[in-house]
Design a protein around this ligand. Structure first.
Ligand SMILES: [Zn+2]
Length: 90
């Protein structure tokens, strides 16, 4: 089975936001469980204030298709770091 260091959430480094069960909004793949984390594309839609996260391969694909500068401003490359379950009460 999987190692018992289950990842329950991810820290998004620059935005300092913790995600629960982060997955790519395009392909659904979960982000890396690697302790150093993974590059991820963050899309913020201003009016609804919804945020979408994309894995690096989907992000590259998306960014390459963005045509207008205005749309490009909504995208930000960031870094997700998995957080381990380290705060269980004894
Ligand atoms: Zn993806």
């Amino acid at each position: 089975m999987e190692p018992n260091t289950e990842v329950s959430s991810y820290l998004v480094v620059n935005r300092v936001e913790v995600l629960d069960h982060a997955g790519c909004s395009a392909c659904g793949r979960g982000f890396s469980s690697d302790p150093i984390g993974e590059k991820a594309l963050v899309l913020t839609l201003g009016n609804s204030e919804r945020t979408y996260f994309f894995c690096s391969s989907c992000g590259d694909n998306i960014v390459s298709r963005v045509e207008s500068e205005d749309a490009r401003k909504r995208y930000l490359w960031d870094w997700t770091v998995p957080l381990r379950n380290g705060h269980r009460p004894h």
